[in-house]
Write a protein that binds this ligand. Structure first.
Ligand code: SF4
Length: 705
């Protein structure tokens, strides 16, 4: 084990996409000591409340410790034989697209790699999608439209070097706290630094903002279209960069010219004075980073929002240079690693493109596989629809809880009940999803797992074990490998440890002509077990024969499109949706500071649970007064999909007509608080990402009988 002392292990936090380095120490008493890794470039020793409480979440209470079939304990051999047999039989009878994997940004890259390899290269279907579809697929789609590749151009250092940080759709203070801390510290060192928060709510992130623009939900595209027009009108575009390295500026600008300040004001809910002030600040500040997250991605126009932001950076040439660029921050610890191995239904391994015949051939030859999926598989929402409709007849859910996290969550229950064969691998014995499994497989948890993750700045770090595997728990890569062997693919899944998988992943990234591909870590293609154990955090790309990472992309163009030019995308501001008088409130969902996803781990910490002990709905006091709702009384939120009952939290941080409910509380913790039951499965047409930030609901006081 790579460690700082004989008893401390250097690993990575399993929560958000900041990817902080952690030093974990197992005391003789069994207590787990947690400290920030002072040498890790993501956090330099910092940790947030969730990270610092990790030691309180690793006990075995509630853990699934043995395989189960129909609720009864079974041996691994029996369970694996059953899974492999039922998948093989289903494929034989109904074809490869009758089976699916639904995986997770909690998986390590090695887990993701083998699951993707089995489904796309050996089963021959692309029906593998991930819960990362719910958090960042619009950013992936936006990157690919603009750059020809899913490339995050900048680094965390840029957030400290910028003179202006624009935060849109991102409550960084609570959702990526260590990045927030880094920016706050940089602002203290560099007082001229300006921060603009664009968010309908005055979140805690507003505390370091110099300007808070309370934009209407889904007003982002209009705002950045307006900014593009303003930059052009002021002569602030970089003609040299545009001419040398981009295409599409004129078409994008033509749309912007159709929207004057009054039109942008109407679509964003911001006054012309606010718009002018913001536009002028961006115009005069060259070192500008725009950070965006779920408030941008989780929308029916998420991909357009991403491209509207990127357009402004391309038009000014503010990309790939210190302190400049568009910056998507990911929600999950390994959403980026999943993207690298092609763990989405429309991607191939190593950032290769499923729709590209040369890429498919290259991957198939490298894997020496009997087949390769040749068309995109089902994205998350469509995948569960297909399960419900009986088209997918065998489903393996790995490390995620879709019954609570998917939109119209009650339909997911219907789907799982209708599915003839459901396998769930998880660390917990009971979640709202495990209840519906025919086969449960006990997975290794953080502290036991061994592999790599990639954070939002393309930095690959090791997760190292410091606890023994409890009971019969096994790593996810091992389970997939065992099933693959039983399906007849023993030679191609002969891995004995995760370092072999990582080496293969690295080797694949360096194969063939790399035209059109940004991801390359082939410097690690021959990594040994010792080398893997000692692997230090590094940013990709790291090509064979080159020791230093290329820290930033695109300062000198060289994009991954066929003509090597970036594309400015002609995006139109979203139209206001017609409101339904029955459901006059806009429901926004998101995270709180101290909980993670469906609380299966953070719910174990009394310290973390004391921040918010129960679910709540943030409502503006004037709206509450009109509805006769008092602070801390119960309220009922309802629409055509269902109803939830939570406590009212009256705050003028909330905009009028809007209501915010955290996403963490599940049927396990509070049966009437599963907020995703209220979210309609409206999708971004490009990315397939659901609009989890916007549902229409009625709000009223709830009187218990
Ligand atoms: Fe973990 Fe994110 Fe907190 Fe860092 S900021 S300690 S990665 S939850």
């Amino acid at each position: 084990m790579e460690s700082d002392s004989p008893t401390s292990v250097r690993t990575t936090c399993p929560y958000c996409g900041v990817g902080c380095g952690v030093l974990a120490t197992r005391e003789e008493s069994g207590v787990i000591g947690i400290a920030g890794d002072p040498h890790h470039p993501a956090n330099f020793g910092r940790l947030c409340s969730k990270g610092s409480a990790l030691g309180e979440t690793v006990d075995l209470e509630g853990r699934l410790l043995e395989p189960r079939i129909e609720g009864e304990p079974a041996s691994w051999d029996t369970a694996l034989d059953l899974v492999a047999g039922r998948f093989a039989e289903t494929i034989r009878e109904h074809g490869p697209d009758s089976v699916a994997f639904y995986v997770s940004g909690q998986l390590l890259t090695e887990d993701y790699y083998v699951a993707n390899k089995l489904m796309k290269g050996f089963i021959g279907s692309a029906n593998i999608d991930t819960n990362s579809r719910l958090c960042m697929s619009s950013s992936v789609a936006g990157h690919r439209r603009a750059f020809g590749s899913d490339t995050v151009p900048g680094t965390y250092e840029d957030l400290e070097l910028a003179d202006l940080i624009v935060l849109t759709g991102s409550n960084l203070a609570w959702c990526h706290p260590v990045l927030y801390q880094r920016i706050a510290a940089a602002k203290a060192r560099r007082p001229h630094m300006r921060i603009v928060l664009i968010d309908p709510r005055r979140t805690m992130t507003a505390d370091i903002a110099d300007m808070h623009l309370k934009i209407k939900p889904d007003g982002d595209t209009a705002l950045f279209v307006g900014l593009l027009g303003y930059l052009a009108a002021q002569g602030a575009v970089d003609r040299t960069y545009l001419d040398r390295y981009t295409s599409g500026f004129d078409a994008a600008l033509a749309i912007a010219k159709n929207h004057d300040l009054r039109s942008i004001s109407a679509r964003t809910g911001l006054s012309p004075e606010e718009l002018r002030e913001f536009f002028a600040l961006v115009t005069r500040t060259e070192r500008c980073v725009t950070i965006y997250s779920q408030g941008v991605n989780q929308s029916t126009s998420g991909t357009d929002k991403v491209n509207a932001i990127i357009n402004c950076h391309l038009a000014t040439g503010r990309i790939g240079r210190p302190g400049m660029g568009p910056f998507s921050v990911t929600g999950q610890p390994n959403a980026m690693g999943g993207r690298e191995v092609g763990g989405l239904a429309n991607m191939l391994a190593s950032h290769m493109h499923l729709e590209d015949e040369d890429h498919r051939q290259l991957v198939q030859e490298f894997w020496a596989s009997p087949t390769i999926a040749c068309r995109p598989g089902l994205k998350a929402v469509d995948l569960f629809d297909a399960v419900r409709e009986g088209k997918v007849k065998a489903l393996w859910i790995m490390a995620t809880n879709p019954v609570d996290s998917m939109p119209e969550a009650d339909l997911i229950v219907e789907a799982l009940k209708a599915c003839p064969f459901v396998v769930v691998s998880d660390i917990n014995a009971v979640t709202d999803t495990t209840r519906h499994a025919h086969v449960l497989l006990p997975a290794a948890a953080w502290g036991e797992k061994d592999g790599t993750v990639t954070n939002s700045e393309r930095r690959i770090s090791r997760q190292r074990p410091f606890l023994p595997l409890p009971g019969e728990a096994k790593p996810d890569w091992w389970m997939v490998t065992q099933v693959a062997r039983r399906m007849g693919f023993a030679t191609s899944f002969a891995y004995e440890n995760p370092s072999q998988i990582f080496a293969e992943h690295a080797a694949l990234s360096g194969t063939g002509n790399r035209g059109g591909r940004d991801f390359d870590i082939s410097a690690h293609a021959a990594i040994s077990g010792e080398g893997y154990n000692a692997l230090q955090p590094f940013q990709w790309p790291q090509e064979r024969g080159k020791s230093a990472s290329e820290q930033r992309f695109f300062a000198d163009g060289d994009f991954y499109t066929p003509d090597r030019r970036a594309r400015l995308v002609a995006v139109h501001p979203a139209n206001d949706e017609a409101s339904d008088p029955r459901y006059p409130f806009v429901l926004n969902t998101g995270r709180v500071r101290d909980h993670w996803h469906t609380m299966t781990r953070t719910g174990k910490s009394a310290r973390l649970s004391s921040h918010f002990a129960e679910p709540f709905a943030e409502i503006h006091p004037l709206d509450a007064a009109e509805l006769g709702i008092g602070d801390a009384t119960l309220v009922r939120l309802a629409n055509d999909h269902g109803a939830i009952i939570v406590r009212a939290l009256l705050t003028d941080r909330q905009a009028r007509g809007n209501v915010f409910v955290p996403m963490h509380w599940t049927g396990q913790f509070a049966s009437k608080a599963r907020v995703d039951t209220l979210v309609t499965a409206n999708l971004d047409p490009v990315s397939g990402q659901p609009a989890l930030k916007m549902a229409n609901v009625a709000v009223r006081s709830f009187q218990a009988r």
